[in-house]
Design a protein around this ligand. Structure first.
Ligand SMILES: Cc1cc2nc3c(=O)[nH]c(=O)nc-3n(C[C@H](O)[C@H](O)[C@H](O)COP(=O)(O)OP(=O)(O)OC[C@H]3O[C@@H](n4cnc5c(N)ncnc54)[C@H](O)[C@@H]3O)c2cc1C
Length: 409
């Protein structure tokens, strides 16, 4: 294929990616795998050690395999057998979803991993590519369209500024994206009224009453709790999500373990024992964005949380950013026209699906935190419905594959 975007012809103008989170690193890898040069700019030092555990479902694992990330991930990721859903009020088992069945049916694993391990794996794979240049401590402050591309102004750690030219800018600068608000004029992320409290625990400290090999999900009015093994099964990731009036920006706010234990003091004994093991918690405010606003303006596109940050009730935020990356790279490679057209094709191919996932996550949030008769009805339904049938409602999410997508632009 020869076009104005032929990799050979654009040798001097890379695609610039802002942000080295799961979305930005995936975009860099996916674009480089198609033969295009990439310049990745990150405001912090990379690789970074932020975040908590994340679940990665089959709709993302196939892309990670294709990009050659799998060997780096497979040692650290854990493939749990099942997700055990419990009442956070009575402790009763509500359902047991087989994740190995999901993996079998969709031909790619369902796994849990520390976000930092995922990022490290993407970073190491990207470091091996001659087509990817990664520069850290460069905060993208301004973007200007030029005749044949974009010019990006970055603030460096020492306060100086540096300028970079590229064929296009992919803004993967996360939920608090400045490019989203300043360049697109889209609305900023809105606080959901919920905070996520996170801690990790060496696996030998996990109380015997807790199943440390599988995913545990506990549902209760105005709060829920998730735990699962990470780091080859050596650590347990614990995330408690509560309704709370606190909305600071960032991934590393300090949480008071005494406050959290008090908040969960009426929960089943197993949960109280688990929470009591840790006093130092990190917390962050859960924010969402309106995913229907524009993702593409000329030669600039939003990707991942910058485009569509969602609440974590479907465990699909990072997964959607990986899907975005796969489709963006295909659009850049396959659309025979100017780069603007490829970016538009990417937005059109992704938006409907992402909006459906965002809505489903919101819906799950309401189900998870139900109270009174509604919670009783939910519990009864979960207990009556065979788990294999229960999980089939998510087939449309997990069965997705990048090659199924067709472009309409
Ligand atoms: C409690 C919780 C649980 C979650 N669980 C899951 C899960 O199980 N599964 C799942 O798939 N997802 C999960 N998510 C969501 C997931 O963490 C996010 O969707 C994912 O991190 C988004 O990746 P991203 O690369 O788009 O953004 P980010 O991870 O936020 O990365 C953005 C990057 O851009 C950098 N940056 C910001 N501004 C600039 C700038 N101006 N210039 C240069 N660099 C910049 C930042 O430093 C950062 O490195 C969860 C989220 C939360 C809060």
């Amino acid at each position: 294929m020869t076009s104005s975007k032929d990799p050979v012809m654009t040798e001097q103008l890379p695609i610039i990616v802002a942000g080295a989170g799961p979305g930005g690193l995936s975009a860099a890898l996916a674009i480089a795998c198609k033969g295009f040069p990439v310049l990745l700019l990150e405001r912090n030092r990379i690789p970074m050690e932020v975040g908590a555990g994340i679940q990665i479902s089959p709709n993302a694992t196939s892309s990670l395999k294709e990009w050659g990330v799998w060997p780096y991930i497979s040692k650290l990721a854990v493939k749990p057998e099942k997700i055990c859903i419990n009442s956070g009020v009575t402790g009763a088992r509500l359902s047991e979803v087989s994740t190995s069945d999901i993996s079998k049916r969709f031909g790619a694993p369902y796994m849990v991993i520390h976000r930092a391990d995922l990022q490290q794996a993407l970073y190491h794979r990207a470091s091996q590519s001659d087509l990817i240049e990664m520069l850290d401590e460069r905060e993208v402050r301004e973007v200007t369209e030029t005749g044949n591309g974009v010019e990006v102004r970055c603030k460096l750690a020492n306060g100086d500024h540096a300028f970079y030219r590229g064929a296009a800018l992919i803004a993967a600068d996360g939920v608090w994206s400045r490019i989203r608000t300043d360049y697109f004029g889209n609305s900023p992320a809105a606080y959901s009224g919920k905070t996520a409290w996170r801690a990790t625990l060496p696996i030998q400290m996990v109380p015997k009453s807790i199943d440390s090999e599988n995913v545990g999900l506990w549902l209760s009015p105005k709060a829920h709790l998730v735990h699962y093994p990470i780091v080859s099964g050596h650590m347990m990731n614990i995330v408690a999500i509560v309704d709370e009036d606190w909305s600071e920006e960032g991934w590393n706010g300090k949480g008071d373990g005494v406050w959290l234990s008090k908040r969960f003091s009426r929960w089943p004994r197993e949960v109280r024992e688990l929470l009591a093991e840790r006093e130092d918690w990190l917390k962050w405010a859960l924010c969402g964005q309106d995913p229907t606003q524009p993702w593409v303006k000329g030669k600039v596109a939003l990707l991942g949380d910058a485009a569509h940050a969602m609440l974590p009730f479907m465990a699909q935020g990072a997964v959607m950013s990986i899907e975005d990356a796969a489709i963006l790279a295909r659009a850049i490679d396959e659309i025979d026209g100017p780069i603007e057209q490829s970016l538009q094709a990417y937005e059109q191919a992704r938006k409907k699906r992402v909006c459906q996932v965002v809505n489903r996550a919101r819906h799950n949030g309401r189900i998870y935190h139900m109270r009174g008769p509604l919670a009783l009805a939910r519990n009864l339904t979960m207990q009556m419905l065979p788990a294999s049938q229960f999980v089939r409602q998510f087939d449309w999410i997990y069965s997705w594959k990048p090659e199924q997508v067709t472009f309409t632009v």
